[in-house]
Design a protein around this ligand. Structure first.
Ligand SMILES: *Cc1c(COP(=O)(O)O)cnc(C)c1O
Length: 363
């Protein structure tokens, strides 16, 4: 991608002028374990149902702006009303819209790094000051007391559970106490909740009008390419998000694919169970590499965070010599020498572990 020349930068809005284009550092490889996608994809029968539904969609018409059918079925599943649900072009768009609606000068965003890098990026675009309550550097646990105290002055406080990239869970009782401690909004990012053995904070929505729960079809539902996420919240908050959104941001093909997948939840569940099973096995294999300097954290998501010697170099060699791509966090604050590895199929995980072992043995 071309550089942004100074002459162009001078014309950019001040909150965007410092930015560079997003680079996911994607390289074509045989085994991609870098983006927390569902490595198994949709089961064949579900894929067939999605294809069938897509074949019948009229694409000459604009989509239903609020994805009414999908919205109603999602709401029913959670025991909520359709007014409690808003869909977006991936969870990312909804995060962006939350800051667009609720951010701006003196509307502080509070979060718990190391977490999802998108929060700071989008908050800065919305000219929102961003503040941090850092997680414990060894366990990545949240300091709830500190977070509650600081949240009192924040407009939006974000709790990511399971957290990306650490895999750490948050206790819903702590989230509830946080919701009570602030008049601001509490965004609970549950992008990976389907992989966790924990109840969703969705049950808080009916009791706490300041709680928002974010979910996505990109991870467990194997539809990262379709771009579909949703927020569960109080109807008033949903209306504020509806007011700032681009009316047609969620295309009719995405709505249709997501609806078909949603209706096949029971058929997708075995894949999710399999990923959880593989996560356990991969965790065990990596834990056994302690003598090679490997540390791995327990994870409730579809990825594992590992710390190992010369992580950046290991990541490059995995890519170049083994055609396995993982995500490099080695230069991110609080994540020195860390890599994030998406759980793959048994063959993919074996190739990853064999690659790490052979690289570290040589070092
Ligand atoms: C992947 C992810 C999302 C949403 O991803 P989309 O593909 O935009 O739906 C949200 N939050 C976290 C923490 C994620 O990792």
């Amino acid at each position: 991608m071309a550089q942004i020349p100074d002459t162009v930068r001078a014309l950019m809005r001040p909150s965007a002028a410092e930015l560079e284009p997003y680079d996911p550092a994607f390289t074509p490889v045989e085994v991609n374990l870098s983006a927390n996608e569902n490595s198994y994809g949709l089961p064949a029968e579900v894929r067939a149902a999605v294809n069938q539904a897509l074949a019948e969609v009229p694409v000459n018409r604009y989509p239903d702006p609020l994805a009414g059918e999908l919205r109603a079925e999602i709401a029913a599943y959670y025991g909520l009303a359709h007014e409690n649900v808003i869909c977006g072009n991936g969870g990312d768009e909804l995060i962006y819209n939350i800051f667009l609606a609720f951010g701006g000068e003196s509307h502080t965003v509070l979060h718990c790094p190391p977490d999802f890098s998108v929060y700071e990026l989008y908050a800065s675009l919305a000219e929102s000051p961003c503040e941090s309550v850092w997680r414990d550097p060894a366990t990545f646990a949240i300091d709830w007391e500190k977070l509650r105290a600081r949240a009192a002055d924040a407009t939006v406080t974000i709790v990511t559970t399971p957290n990306n990239p650490t895999g750490t869970l948050a206790d819903p009782a702590e989230v509830e106490a946080l919701a009570l401690a602030t008049d601001g909004l509490v965004l609970v990012d549950e992008a990976y909740m389907e992989f966790a053995d924990m109840r969703s904070c969705a049950s808080l929505i009916s009791h706490y009008p300041n709680v928002l729960v974010l979910r996505t079809f990109s991870k467990a539902f194997a539809l990262a390419g379709a771009r579909l996420g949703y927020v569960l919240a109080d109807p008033g908050v949903v209306s504020a998000l509806a007011a700032v959104r681009q009316p047609y941001s969620v295309g009719v093909l995405s709505q249709t694919a997501a609806l078909a997948a949603w209706r096949h939840r029971p058929q997708i569940q075995p894949t999710i169970d399999e990923i959880v099973q593989q996560r356990g096995e991969l965790y065990t294999r990596l834990s056994e590499l302690g003598d090679l300097g490997v540390t791995v954290w327990p994870s409730s998501a579809n990825f594992l965070l590992v710390r190992l010697p010369h992580a950046h170099e290991v990541r490059c060699r995995l890519r170049d010599e083994h055609s396995v791509l993982v995500r490099d966090f080695s230069s991110a604050p609080g994540l020195t020498d860390c890599l994030r590895i998406t759980v793959g199929t048994p063959e993919e995980n074996k190739r990853l572990v064999d690659g790490i072992v052979s690289i570290l043995r040589e070092a």
